[in-house]
Design a protein around this ligand. Structure first.
Ligand code: ATP
Length: 237
């Protein structure tokens, strides 16, 4: 049984039919990437999995059970973490308070403390800035904080929406190393990326989304080798 199975989901924003029958699977232990042009529906796919948008039709199964009718906080509790597009950290809260927000379902304060320390081990920059307000962090630090916040629940599946967006190349490399490290530590990852080249380098498999529909899928290396992908998403090289 796949860890995650998305079956023929249709998601709307009012009259806008954003997802027109998207089906995909993610196996435990995989990094799967979803690539596509702006507006293709990548974020909407992640938001439909994490319960922020509800599909009008179709199903989302997690460990074999339907979750698409559950509220978002219940889905977090099942072990699905979401690092949203644009990071969405709380700018007026400190780094530590932002992490606390990620651990809102954890009852035991000792566990919250342990998880925060794990985040600080993964991102020493955040440890140095633990009392600084989120809004004063650099873009890269905010991305680290968004990832750290999603990790507070110790999710099995991490949904990551364009984690490299707006970052300097050295930070993009760092974030991609972190994604691989998390995967090696046992996290399953569904990664939405504008940087298709890097995403296909670290992913096991990929899907291509075009105006709300999947057009291609396969092992990441095979996708990266296809001329039509190179032309459309890898800058023709
Ligand atoms: P991007 O990289 O630009 O975020 P994307 O592939 O993630 O693109 P989505 O953000 O999922 O695409 O958007 C899919 C479609 O849904 C687009 O046509 C977009 O304009 C529309 N859409 C997204 N969010 C909303 C919203 N809140 N209200 C109305 N339409 C929306």
């Amino acid at each position: 049984m796949p860890l995650l199975e998305v079956k023929d989901i249709h998601t709307y924003y009012g009259h806008i039919h954003a997802l027109k029958g998207v089906s995909l699977t993610v196996e435990e232990g995989e990094i799967v990437t979803l690539i596509g042009a702006n507006g293709a529906g990548k974020s909407t796919t992640l938001r439909t999995i994490s319960g922020m948008n509800k599909p009008r039709k179709g199903e989302v199964l997690y460990q074999g059970s339907p979750i698409h009718k559950l509220p978002a906080d219940k889905i977090v509790g099942l072990g699905i973490g979401h690092v949203p597009e644009g990071r969405r950290i709380f700018p007026r809260m400190t780094v530590e308070e932002n992490l606390d927000m990620g651990g809102f379902l954890i009852r035991d304060p000792k566990v919250v403390q342990e998880r925060k320390e794990q985040a600080f081990t993964l991102f020493p920059r955040l440890a140095e800035r633990r009392n600084q307000k989120g809004g004063t962090l650099s873009g890269g630090e905010q991305q680290m904080l968004a990832i750290g916040r999603a990790l507070m629940q110790d999710p099995k599946l991490l949904l990551m929406d364009e984690p490299s967006m707006g970052l300097a190349p050295v930070l993009v490399d760092f974030i991609f190393e972190i994604i691989q490290k998390l995967n090696q530590q046992g996290k399953t990852i569904l990664l939405v990326e504008q940087n298709a080249r890097l995403a296909l380098q670290i992913a096991h498999r990929g899907y291509v989304l075009q105006t709300g529909q999947l057009t291609m899928s396969g092992p990441a290396k095979e996708l990266a080798a296809r001329p039509e992908i190179q032309e459309a998403y890898l800058g023709g090289h």
